[in-house]
Write a protein that binds this ligand. Structure first.
Ligand code: IFM
Length: 474
């Protein structure tokens, strides 16, 4: 393997605090493969990928990047990068194939081996318990819109935590409940592909309820562990000062950010969002809000871009979460239009706006109770082809990461308790409805041979980690 550690160290121009976590993130269905091995059961993504017209080229996570078999090589890559932490997700259907009752020891053993390999390499494991791969039998019983699913999630989380909590300190419950609820149950762009606005609000609520119940159960066993949840937050701007545009920005900020932050951190739902969605009959109870508002030790922020929105009729919203998108994922806000603000975009078509990350971080610090913050995802996806040496000169990704890390540095300098950064993603992988067409990895994967070759961004990130911060602005 190419060494990523061969440059000399120099003092960084923008140093990060000692102990700052330098990480990368992945998720089970996107990298593991081995879909039919080790007793794993089917998830909603196995079903969705087999539904015609849902995933580009009808691709699946059956093989993905074969991390299930190649994890020692992948941990060696992480070591070479100098990562101090690795965020991965645990596949619920691998650990509890039917989503209730019997657990699968082979599945748990896989994660125990992965964790031990990480610890041996001096890399802190950061598991996420739910990154969208709901066991299909639970969807057959109604999925996240059913309250029972939250209880099943807490049972599964407690079991995994009991098995690994002696060696894993940091636990994240749910990844991006916005996506799981609204792409899964409102627009249908993600599994399970349902289009029911009322159900999507219930799904959001039960994802957060599951988080709260899981934290309660896990903390009871190992109170010294740290617990949190990863939400995907956006900076949101109105397209103009027009009251309709300002109202659109309020609505989208409400559904994207405050619908999750307020219950999780303040123990209440935002009144304006409840009013916007009143016709959907969503009436959360105070008792649930108390559970959702468990104290957490860390909040994970997944940040990619800014939304600029208008409130006047026009072309239908483009969600970019699927090439087949036809329905809005914004309950009660179908008239909102997402408009380009003219910034450069990544290969996903997402505008690059690092200032938005600074805004999100400083807002959290200002408007919500103090909690340790981690960037649990941030990165750029492109359609990339390697050169003749098999490497990728991904200057766009380097510029993206550099700019966003500078925003983190500025936020820390302004007092934001940001403790770590996990880039998305370690490896190229299965990008949901986009199949394998979009690559987010620091490491290029040849999907035909599974050969891994670090991109230029991997070399750049290794240098940042080694120096503990960013070089002079290029
Ligand atoms: O690949 C996804 C990940 O699973 C969740 N957050 C956004 C990434 C890029 O779309």
């Amino acid at each position: 393997m190419t060494s990523l550690q061969d440059d000399t160290s120099a003092a960084p121009a923008a140093p990060f605090p000692t102990g700052f976590r330098w990480g990368a993130a992945t998720a089970a269905y996107q990298i593991e493969g081995a879909a039919g091995e080790g007793g794993r059961g089917p998830s909603i993504w196995d079903t969705f990928c087999r539904t015609p017209g849902k995933v580009l080229n009808a691709e699946t996570g059956d093989v993905a990047v074969d991390h299930y078999h190649r994890f020692p090589e992948d941990v060696a890559l992480m070591s070479d990068l100098g990562l101090t932490a690795y965020r991965f997700s645990i596949s619920w259907p691998r650990v509890q194939p039917s989503g209730a009752g019997t657990f699968n020891q082979d599945g748990l053993d896989f994660y125990r081996r992965l964790v031990d390999e990480l610890l041996e390499a001096g890399i802190e494991p950061w598991p996420t318990l739910y990154h969208w791969d709901l066991p299909q039998p639970l969807e057959d019983k109604g999925g996240w819109p059913e309250r029972e699913t939250a209880h099943r999630f807490a049972e599964y989380a407690a079991h995994v935590h009991a098995a690994l909590g002696d060696r894993v300190r940091n636990w994240m419950t749910v990844n991006e409940p916005w996506c799981a609820a609204f792409l899964g149950y409102a627009s249908g762009d993600h599994a399970p592909g349902r289009r029911d606005a009322s159900a999507s609000l219930l799904a959001a609520h039960h994802l957060m309820l599951g988080h709260g119940l899981a934290v309660e159960a896990m903390r009871a066993r190992y109170p010294d562990n740290s617990f949190g949840v990863a939400v995907n937050l956006y900076a949101v701007s109105p397209a103009s000062d027009d009251p309709a545009d300002r109202d659109a920005a309020r609505r989208v900020d409400g559904l994207q950010n405050r619908l999750f932050l307020d219950p999780l951190l303040l123990g209440r739902y935002p009144e304006d969002v409840l009013a916007d969605t009143a016709r959907l009959g969503f009436t959360p109870s105070d008792a649930d809000l108390t559970i959702i508002n468990q104290p957490i030790d860390q909040l994970g922020i997944n940040y990619y871009s800014r939304h600029t929105v208008a409130g006047t009729p026009g072309e239908a919203a483009q969600t970019a979460s699927s090439p087949f998108s036809t329905h809005s994922p914004w309950p009660g806000s179908d008239h909102v239009r997402f408009v380009p603000a003219g910034r450069p975009v990544t290969g996903m078509g997402w505008e690059i706006d690092e200032r938005g990350l600074y805004e999100v971080l400083t807002r959290l610090h200002r408007e919500y109770p103090s909690v340790a913050l981690y960037i649990t995802e941030n990165g750029a996806g492109y359609d990339e082809t390697p050169d003749d040496n098999g490497t990728v000169q991904d200057l766009g990704r380097i510029a993206y990461l550099d700019a966003h890390l500078r925003a983190c540095h500025d936020a820390i300098a302004d007092g934001v308790p940001l403790r770590g950064y996990f880039t998305w993603s370690l490896l190229d992988n299965f990008e949901w409805a986009w199949g394998y067409s979009k690559r987010f990895g620091l490491v290029h994967v040849d999907y035909a041979t599974q050969r891994r070759v670090p991109k230029d961004s991997a070399r750049w990130y290794a240098g940042v980690i080694r120096q503990g911060g960013l070089p002079e602005r290029g």
